[in-house]
Design a protein. Structure first.
Lengths: 113, 456, 456, 456, 113, 113
């Protein structure tokens, strides 16, 4: 089991969700985040004082999947989120030692989906 | 940096000065009026001043309704536009608008176009005071009341084209529209022009203000196209307004303002006529809420606050043309119909890809037309006014009036927007639209520190 | 889909029409009045119109106070209720309420219940104008002022039962209460009924408006029970209001509105009486803030903004019964006491499991009673009015008045709510309460896009 | 728990009572006035009452502007301060202020300091009514209008010292300033003191209200020092305001209020003079927006909403001294200049480490001085008034006026703040400043449930 | 050392906290999240246009614990969050390689609690 | 590759960012969180009812780094965030199995920075 964390552009969330659904990944968790990466920030100016904003708005996805879904999931995220422009985002994959479905107490393989 | 735009502003301001917003301070006239005359005049004038305040606060109403119904990322932009329009409206009305709308005897071309000169000039003595309008208000009261009205028509456009129009071009459009178009067509009726002579009845401006703004809104929407993400693969996606309390504040302030908009349009403090107008206005607003509530609950299954508040405004626009002559019962009926139709109209515009984030075309155009029509339907044959100025209301003339505003305002607004589109462009870049116009046009956020999802 | 509810609305609206909100337009009367008479009448009437606007804006004040003091997830619902109530209030007052509250000579049953017929009918000519109320205001002004007042009593309930009441049943309750109960009991004093004859003094409605609303609020709270999560294992858990700026806007708007509520209750623009009322009203409000500030700082250690604003409103409700006759010094005292008591009362109600999210029972019921009592305490023996209408204020009569409203309003409100509870139910499901009524009742959110913790 | 502070409040309130806010109710006088006289008087008085309401609502305007321009974590605190000031202002004005500012003949020391006794006492009969001010308004109207004005000067300070000042000491400062300093220096001109005799012209208070508040704001800022995080390693860091809709609501409400602030300062409903003042006021506001827009767009590249709204207020403050006598053209010019200068001034104060979160020193002090100066520049030689009271405006006297307020208000405010600083302290702890004053001073949050980044 | 991530219903946060405290787990971090799972979304309608909301409000807990606490922690979360209804949530467990207490610089076992 | 998660005091974000930049760590993701730890909460009181707030505002950093950066990153965070007072925060380190740059499809070592 793996835990996949992805940072994408906020406006790509719907496209990514669609791509994931099409790849049979239906469960995920989403938070909003600020990201600092290759993408240049932009300048805001407030009352005449300049400020460089380099924490840009991003959406963070967290998806737990069984092994055989890892590739599909990564692929789907890339498919939905890729524009080729700086700022498209990153995907991180970690090992998941255990998973529990609170409702039933199920663990492991079955509890993920 | 849009240097050209700043130069235009500077040029405009300079022009204003050269043209000379020159006025002559009134000196006391020789004619004697009794204390009673003065007291009545003073009272009437107070009423008109109160109406000025009420119409003024409508601008805040528009600003809050429009920002409430759009997304957080475009809030600064909308507030900015509404603030700028008040400024542009008042300054251009000072410079040109007032004398274009109320040419007096200075008609240049039939009773279609007149102009009484640049700037303001208050007639000396009583002529600018007690004698100015039969003891109902003074010159300055007149100017300010009409000036506050004027900016309204441009404000209507603001909401309809929100979330995608470039700031500079929008301001240019507004300046032209409020400086030239609104007063020009307004003179046809309120300036004593050809429609006034025909007996067209539009008490406080269902057509002269609301439709005039509504036609421009429609032209803008068509040329801009819908917001990104509104229509995806042929289906309509809702883009939710971000702040319902702001919307509600705005709707109540607009109703409040309407007391001055309609009540002030009596142009005196007549203790029978004014409260009657306030009553029909209030009942139409209340019935607009009710009509929209029934329609929304029926069609949408759950009653939608934004629809109900649109219904309230729809009732207000609907009654505006006939608030003085329609009966209480008809006022309720007008409100109910406009309120219910508002719900259907908002949904219909959405379906036909007229993407109007705040429902301005529904409220101001559709219900402006309906309200003007209802005068012809429910008050056909009613004689308005006395003596030489009396006229008989007829459905036919109402239709002529509606049509004449349609055939001038829509094309003219379309042309102005088209001109701007093919020169400086009117739509922000896709990237800016996604990030929000607050960052794009103003480099700042409306709600600094708040965590806001901008996935849409 | 609550079909039954929509049908009830439709039926009500239809009834309104059949009943005929028929009015006769005033025609010019034959009697001649001097310009001076007309000028004074015009001025008086302007004042009353201004009061209408001020009372109107109180509805926005209530809407914002109530939404500010509740959670973000129930905001749309509260705004909706307040909007709907204005509509229901005005329409039912047109249909029945006005003539039930001011029956004139049409008493049906002692001086306890009277009814002057359905709909509005303005007396012709001067009888509906300058002669209608001794040159103080015209028929239409009277109707609209009283109509705006009427909706207030139902609005008071809205906040107290917030965050858990079903929308439909609440609207039905409001309609019945504002259409029948408020005008019925109001006629006892303001309609010239039995309490007026006894010499009960309630200048602008500490009892007639505020307690009447407050009793209904109490009945609603008792039958609904506290919000989920308010009382956990016997301890009181605070449920924080979500928007203090909204609350503050509301409190200031209510104070503003009170200038018309109390000032307009003079029923003329008397340049001595009205500003005196405005002064006592303002000083009571200021002292209410001060009293609550001292109490809150002492008891809670840190001064609580929501308490201080409740204290302001408490001072206003407290002075309402005697704003015309209490001295400036007493007005300050009344404000201080009501403000301080508000703090204690809010905390007490919380402890005795009367879960009132906005403190409506404290502000309107407790301080409404206190204010009415204070008139008896501080102005015992004062003679009010002149000639035949003169009466002497006595603590005894004040107590009778307070009691008579208590024994009618509370049981009646209780019965209506009970009836609704045992038929259609009055409380939303636990699941809906957790998710919020905005989603449950309206299918929309108040702050789309904002990240809001809804763990409570 | 700051026991000492509560005792001071209690003491103050008690003092108020002992001193006796005693008034004598007006009884009808023997002199007969014609209905026409009464009608005119009634109309005039209505206008002044409307002005009271408008000035009152400015307090909500200040509250919302100031909270909009500061951070979410300090919102409750700012709203609290503005609420408390209205209370403190009205109560102390009742007790002492009114009679200190308008001593009548009770001058104690030259025409520099006078005092007509504690509390309010309305002259009996017509002397407190129609004869009180030449039939323009009654005693109570006068008191309430001036009382609403008074609190304004303290409110100006509130925004400038926001986000770091301790609540208790701020309230003490405000009480002293509004109770003693403002009325004392105000008497010099409006109370008929030495500056009035010299022919100093300050129509509605560019200097008497706005600079008086502005000087105190400056003193407070200097003694408090900048907010944490504003100046880091010698560079200026912006600290963004958290709510632009709130700011916009506030700015519009202030403009609205200014109609009463300036319009009411005519002290009668004169149908020529009042609307003229409303016109110059509005055009200066509109031009202020325009001036700031041009300046902001040029300097900052993107037009900043907060600057433009500051520009609007700058225009309003600028015109306040001469709204009655400057021409329309000059009014526009004054607005343009003040608006443009506001932008530069805000940026300059920032650079010279005067950390004023809301731009109060710019708007009220800089533009207050400018406005007073412009009267001398553009109206030099103009004769104001008639008969014995007539005086000629001169730039020299205007400079004397400006300077005399500077040399009294700034040092006095500085001393009061200094005294507080060296006794109870005026600045919250660093830890509290980081967490926010809402938690620190009030133990509550403004936006419960909302996710807000407080990394700044 | 393990890092436990749990998604629960927002209204269960207090109950979960209580259960954790009773099991001697006193430290945790909380964020709000949107989740997409078995639970059906609901329909919102805005101005007559329907929208299916399938990202529901959730609360995300992140708790670092030493080995012997893993079971207790999972148990406590389940105890506090379980209703048996769809939407109860999931628990994910990952290996924690290192932990540092910033204040003291402590690492490993001692730094967790 | 490691994934470093750190909870710090909100007002330390800028200092931490600066320290990270100086250590050549330029990419990171930030969310706001509520934390419950050794730090005592504070008391709020709303309308006379007391409430103990023990979920305090924190900022959560998530930084993916290559092995040789782990120490530097932890050091930089400590440097920027440390005051020695309770509440300074924690750092958690996990193994990162994979990393993907969405824009280019790069994986592994190169995709991190
Ligand atoms: N090493 C990292 N650790 C944590 N988050 C990262 C890292 N690299 C990138 N991110 C996240 O991904 C987002 C996009 O990264 P960026 O480098 O701008 O994209 P791209 O690689 O497409 O140019 C960043 O804003 C940040 O939220
Ligand atoms: N595979 C997963 N990856 C990430 N988050 C998940 C996953 N499965 C569930 N979740 C989170 O847990 C929440 C509850 O899941 P759900 O399937 O609705 O609960 P249940 O299993 O009790 O029916 C989801 O809303 C989501 O936030
Ligand atoms: N075991 C843990 N699991 C998850 N988060 C933790 C843990 N310990 C600490 N934290 C996070 O770190 C923050 C600071 O912890 P705290 O114990 O107050 O700091 P310190 O160790 O400096 O005293 C907490 O508010 C919480 O967000």
């Amino acid at each position: 089991m793996k835990l996949i964390v992805a940072y994408i552009q906020p406006e790509k969330l719907n496209a990514v969700k669609k791509a994931l659904f099409e790849n049979d990944v239906h469960k995920m968790s989403v938070t909003n985040a600020l990201g600092c990466g290759e993408q240049m920030g932009y300048h805001e100016s407030y009352r005449g004082t300049d400020i460089e904003v380099n924490l840009l708005k991003k959406v963070r996805l967290e998806i737990a999947v069984n092994k055989e879904y890892v590739k599909k999931t990564i692929g789907a995220i890339c498919e939905g989120a890729k524009t080729g422009k700086i700022g498209d985002g990153k995907i991180f994959v970690m090992d998941l030692v255990e998973c529990v479905r609170i409702r039933t107490g199920e663990t492991g393989y079955d509890s993920i989906g | 940096m849009k240097t050209w735009f700043k130069y235009m502003i500077v040029a405009g301001v300079a022009l204003a000065f050269l043209a000379g917003a020159g006025e002559v301070m009134a000196e006391e006239a020789a004619v004697e009026y009794s204390t009673a005359d003065i007291a009545l005049y003073t009272a009437n004038n107070i009423w008109m001043m109160v109406s000025i305040f009420l119409v003024f606060i409508m601008h805040l109403g528009f600003a809050t309704v429009e920002s409430g119904l759009t997304r957080a990322k475009n809030t600064v932009n909308i507030l900015f536009k509404n603030t700028a329009i008040v400024s542009i409206g008042l300054l251009t009305y000072t410079l040109i608008g007032f004398n274009l709308m109320y040419p007096g005897d200075s008609w240049l071309f039939g009773k279609v176009l007149g102009f009484a000169g640049m700037g303001l000039s208050c007639p000396e003595g009583a002529a600018g005071g007690i004698a100015y309008a039969g003891g109902n208000y003074s010159y300055w009261t007149d100017f300010l009341f009409q000036g506050m009205f004027a900016a309204t028509s441009a404000t209507i456009v603001s909401g309809a084209v929100a979330e995608r129009i470039k700031l500079g071009p929008f301001l240019i459009f507004s300046a032209i529209y409020v400086m030239l178009v609104y007063p020009f067509v307004g003179s046809w009726k309120w300036g004593g022009g050809w429609l006034a002579e025909m007996g067209f009845h539009d008490f406080a401006g269902s057509t002269l203000v609301h439709s005039v703004g509504g036609w421009a809104a429609l032209a803008g929407i068509i040329l801009l196209g819908p917001r990104l993400g509104k229509y995806v693969n042929g289906t309509v996606k809702p883009i939710m307004g971000h702040n319902m309390p702001l919307l509600t504040i705005g709707a109540f302030l607009l109703w409040l303002g309407w007391f001055g908009f309609n009540g002030g349009s009596v142009l005196s403090a007549d203790p029978t006529a004014v409260p009657y107008v306030l009553t029909t206005t209030s009942l139409a607003a209340a019935a607009g809420i009710m009509g929209a509530m029934i329609a929304s609950w029926t069609i949408q299954k759950k009653p939608d606050l934004s629809m109900v508040l649109n219904g309230c405004l729809a009732g207000l626009v609907g009654i505006t043309a006939g608030a003085d002559i329609l009966s209480v019962r008809v006022a309720v009926l007008v409100g109910l119909i406009c309120g219910a139709i508002a719900v259907v109209s908002v949904m219909t515009f959405d379906r036909i890809r007229i993407d109007d984030p705040v429902g301005a075309t529904t409220v101001h155009l559709v219900c402006g037309i309906l309200g003007t029509l209802f005068v012809g339907v429910f008050a056909n044959g009613t004689v308005v006014g006395e003596g030489a100025d009396a006229y008989t209301i007829s459905l036919g003339v109402q239709l002529v009036g509606i049509a004449s505003y349609a055939v001038v305002c829509f094309p003219v607004a379309f042309l102005i927007f088209k001109g701007l589109k093919s020169t400086v462009g009117i739509r922000v870049s896709e990237d800016e639209e996604l990030k929000g116009l607050d960052i794009g046009e103003h480099g700042m956020e409306a709600y600094s520190g708040f965590q806001i999802f901008t996935s849409q």
